[in-house]
Design a protein around this ligand. Structure first.
Ligand code: GDP
Length: 309
């Protein structure tokens, strides 16, 4: 499976939801049986009420046979290392910046964490259709931000696209052709490395996002760090200290397809999946085949910090 995992990072209102909607519309495989919701990532009512994106979510798009898992990253606050954990599932990041507003605090906060993790972001200067857009200046602001945050040479050499997420196009120059988002799809495939994890090792996954679903109960999302998850396989749930808090089976495996989670029989190292049916497992437990003796290394967690606003 040709796979990429990428985070999307933006200040609120810079157009993340609109861009992902249009990526889904233009992506191949999942479109046929799927209505793209009006606001793709903002599925949570509370969020809709407040007009912000709170929880991390995952959307998968398919492009020329490759699957791209796009993980939304909460921008405004970091409760106990959530941003780090989410960034630990991805090998690249799309930094989306409004061409008129420029760099704002939530961009800084999460970009700093992405750079610290060694990710090499793709920069999308968005909303260049705005009358007050100043794309070149904002491009420089992003460069200055990366430099101020201690980016290395490779990170400073970031590829940039100019885009209107709302009109559904992204190009590497302001001259156009302003046709579609294929330049962004292709850049993701070229610039973001595949996860490169070992599918032959015993299965292990770090639980990264916990949700409650009225029908399925606890749902844990995470990346398969090694091996393969198979439906009904026996697993153990390990705390960071190695304590086994639960033994059970993977009764329900879900993969991300478009905006939906669909049941699958199997998932391979590198893929981001959701697991239902475990009663005790929480974030950031390791869910693993019984022969895995120790929890996967935990992501170092800062004390909870609030982003500057
Ligand atoms: P999010 O908070 O980052 O998810 O931002 P949204 O996708 O909800 O967009 C915020 C606002 O910006 C909405 O009113 C959008 O219609 C508008 N918007 C999004 N993309 C574009 C764009 O490419 N150009 C312009 N002019 N407006 C946009």
């Amino acid at each position: 499976m040709d796979l990429r995992n990428v985070a999307i990072i933006a200040h609120v209102d810079h157009g993340k939801t609109t861009l992902v909607d249009n990526l889904l519309r233009q992506a191949g495989a999942f479109r046929a049986n799927q209505q793209v919701a009006e606001r793709a990532l903002d599925r949570n009512d509370l969020e809709r009420e407040r007009g912000i994106t709170i929880l991390a979510k995952c959307t998968a798009v398919s492009w020329r046979g490759a699957r791209i898992n796009i993980v939304d990253t909460p921008g405004h606050a970091d409760f106990g290392g959530e941003v780090e954990r989410i960034l630990s599932m991805v090998d690249g990041a799309i930094v989306l910046v409004d061409a008129a507003e420029g760099v704002l605090p939530q961009t800084k906060f999460v970009v700093g964490k992405a750079l610290a993790r060694g990710l090499r972001p793709i920069v999308v200067i968005n909303k260049v259709d705005r009358g007050d857009a100043r794309p070149h200046e904002v491009h420089e602001e992003v460069f200055d931000l990366f430099a101020a945050l201690g980016a290395d040479e490779a990170q400073l050499d970031f590829p940039t696209l100019f885009a209107s997420g709302r009109q559904g196009w992204a190009d590497d120059s302001l001259e156009g052709p302003r046709r579609d988002l294929s330049a962004l799809f292709e850049l993701i495939l070229r610039h973001v490395p595949p996860p490169g994890l070992d599918p032959e090792a015993p299965f292990a996954l770090t639980a990264t996002i916990l949700e409650y679903d009225p029908y399925l109960g606890r749902i844990l999302t995470g990346r398969v760090e090694q091996g393969r998850a198979r439906v009904n396989m026996p697993v153990r749930v390990l705390r960071a200290d190695g304590a086994v808090v639960e033994t059970g089976r993977l009764t329900k495996l879900l993969a991300y397809r478009g905006l939906e989670r669909v049941p699958v029989e199997e998932a391979e190292a590198g893929d981001i999946i959701a697991i239902a049916g475990l009663a005790q497992a929480t974030v950031p437990d390791t869910i693993a085949a019984p022969e895995v003796a120790a929890a996967l290394p935990a992501i170092p967690v800062d004390p909870p910090t609030l982003a500057m606003t």
